[in-house]
Design a protein around this ligand. Sequence first.
Ligand code: PGA
Length: 251
Amino acid sequence: MRKKVVAGNWKMNKNLNEAIQLVSELKNELSNFEPNCEVIVCPPFTNLESVNTIIKDSKIHLGAQNMYFEDSGAFTGEISADMLLSVGVEYVIVGHSERRAIFKETDEVINLKLKQAFKKDLKPILCVGETLEQRESGEMKSVIKSQVTGALKEIPASDISKMILAYEPVWAIGTGKTATPEQAQEVHKFIRELISELYDETTAENLTIQYGGSVKPANAASLLSQPDIDGALVGGACLQAQSFVEIIKSA
Ligand code: PGA
């Protein structure tokens, strides 16, 4: 059985006080039931250490939203894997569509970041997804294929078992437009088949593939009931403990 994972990507939201309040509420809510999935929060860098202190004795795991691929040095404004590890980070989001679109991250850079994460024993959450234009022009599968193969270049199967993949159609992120469960399932299945071709069937079967893009309490259950959807990467709806908890319960 594959692990179900629900992760919250806070993006550039919540100052320190707000972060402490949100994660404390979340921890409190989660102490009332046994979630059927792994729960990850990915706050901004400035909140990682404080959030880590709060979640230490809880079921919540800590993730970061990005990192740089070099060990250390003259890279002003960047954060290294060691820095993340030193504040208790276990997961790192790599290749989010906002990083690709706004900060011009290429598949090559994403590949270097993944290699660095594996080298340092951080577990990456690799994001892939097509734009509306690409979907409408029939390029969806070729775009996903080149993102997946580009990101995973020279990465062995033994590392794939440590990572999570997230399918996030760009047109569904922060737009309120969710892929239908059937649309999402089609792409998840395609990605799993691709992993099977690139690696082997066991690696593909064991890989957790999350869906992301306007996941809300109202649509989470139908998305998560699809056979190849193994969890959710949640943006907007994770900024309130109550709605994030409802999504966790849907899993
Ligand atoms: P959203 O963001 O849930 O606000 O659409 C998802 C994401 O970007 O990970």
